[in-house]
Design a protein around this ligand. Structure first.
Ligand SMILES: CC(C)(COP(=O)(O)OP(=O)(O)OC[C@H]1O[C@@H](n2cnc3c(N)ncnc32)[C@H](O)[C@@H]1OP(=O)(O)O)[C@@H](O)C(=O)NCCC(=O)NCCS
Length: 379
């Protein structure tokens, strides 16, 4: 077959690149599954550690297993004094970039080596250890101080919030954050997870794989939208201004942050759940956010209809994605706007770690082909 006859899928849309037992995004039904469990049910009733255990072992823990897993994650999640100093030295710049740099430096300082031909159990412990460090890395980057003591803490979500706000958070705020962290813990073969698996497939060290994944989050098309969503709510200001603002943005061919998804053809279940959390919080943003969501949905539907007519093919529906209501929930919880992507990282790093583990248990180097579109051979 010559190159003109070959086709490819831009953005690998519709391409199945691996099998995973970890999660399934059912885009038609608007359902998210983690290891056979409905993610929404898990997010509203379970803790991060329970879901992490589920991803790791394929089943939920009993009480004793949970206690020992929680203790292990807390121990692994503590930076050494040397690592705190390293993190404080490298924390310059935007928090997510600092996170990426610090994570990479810690893995390197710990001497983590390419996993190929090494004892798998040791490599799996390295994955768990690096993933567990995320909350303290964000705390040190944000606070430029040693992590606070959190004696009597109730787990991963509470420790994270405590480290950022400086005191033990109340149970409602922790629950809201915990729901978010669970909902975003894994999501099929999204861009960052794919990136992590591609790097892992070369036999690279786990620090390199996780750092690759963090790198993808700097773009607002994947994981970086909640901050811009709040910027948008600020710019709109009042419910009456929502319609003209949105029309102006679409007219200027700009994307509306927090809307649209590659896989979901119906409502994103994570957005629905986080909308309920935001409704329950009933914070000062809620009225504006509700109006803006409705105005954007109406404007996007009209926009897609017009584009369908112009292009002579049906354009996909654009619905609210997880990041719109994430912004409202995280603001109410008290997380600074510049840390939204890092907060996403403290959740998704768990999924990345489990995907890397899955990749190396049954590895095949990722090496797709490309269609040549350059000039013909001239000599
Ligand atoms: C998430 C996203 C990247 C998925 O997009 P995708 O599946 O790759 O689809 P494409 O980028 O090819 O976009 C398809 C069409 O929908 C339009 N579109 C998609 N999302 C849009 C949005 N949020 N606002 C306006 N138009 C949008 C595109 O302009 C494009 O239109 P065209 O075909 O007429 O040129 C996209 O919806 C987006 O950019 N959303 C905004 C950023 C965001 O919220 N990111 C967080 C994702 S969880």
């Amino acid at each position: 077959m010559n190159s003109e006859q070959q086709t490819f899928s831009a953005g690998l849309e519709g391409v199945i690149a691996c099998a995973t037992r970890l999660s399934h995004v059912d885009g038609e039904a608007g359902r998210l599954i983690f290891c056979g469990h409905n993610a929404v049910n898990l997010a509203t009733t379970r803790t991060v550690e329970e879901v992490w255990f589920l991803l790791h072992h394929g089943r939920l823990p009993d009480e004793t297993e949970l206690a020992s897993f929680k203790a292990k994650i807390e121990t692994l999640g503590a930076l050494s004094d040397k690592e705190v100093t390293l993190a404080r030295t490298l924390r310059a710049g935007e928090p997510l970039s600092a996170f990426r740099t610090v994570l990479s430096a810690i893995a390197s300082a710990r001497g983590y080596k390419p996993w190929l031909n090494r004892d798998q159990a040791v490599v799996e412990e390295e994955i768990l250890a690096l993933s567990a460090l995320a909350p303290q890395i964000v705390e040190v980057i944000h606070g430029d101080r040693a992590p606070l003591s959190k004696e009597g803490n109730n787990g991963y979500a509470e420790r994270y919030l405590w480290g950022l706000t400086g005191s033990q958070p109340n149970a409602d705020l922790t629950r809201a954050l915990e729901t978010y962290l669970i909902l975003t813990i894994d999501h099929g073969l999204n861009a960052s997870t794919f990136a992590a698996r591609v790097t892992a497939s070369t036999g690279a060290d786990v620090g390199a794989s996780l750092t690759t994944a963090v790198g993808t989050l700097s773009g607002p098309l994947h994981g970086g939208a909640p901050g811009p969503v709040l910027d948008m709510l600020d710019a709109i200001g009042t419910p009456e201004n929502a319609r003209p603002w949105v029309e102006q943005e679409l007219g200027a061919k700009r994307r509306i942050m927090g809307f649209g998804h590659r896989v979901y053809r119906t409502d994103d279940p994570r957005a629905i759940t986080l909308r309920s959390v935001a409704e329950k919080q009933n914070g000062p943003r809620i009225t504006l956010a509700r109006v803006v969501e409705q105005e954007v949905l109406a404007a996007l539907a009209a926009h897609q209809q017009q584009r369908s007519a112009e292009q002579g093919k049906q354009k996909r529906p654009l619905r609210t994605n997880v990041e719109f209501w994430t912004a409202v929930v995280l603001e109410h919880v008290g997380i600074p706007r510049e840390l939204y992507s890092s907060t996403f990282c403290t959740s998704r790093i768990i999924g990345w770690g489990e995907h890397i583990r899955e990749q190396l248990q049954n590895n095949k180097l990722f090496r797709p082909l490309s269609v040549y579109s350059g000039p013909p051979v001239s000599e």
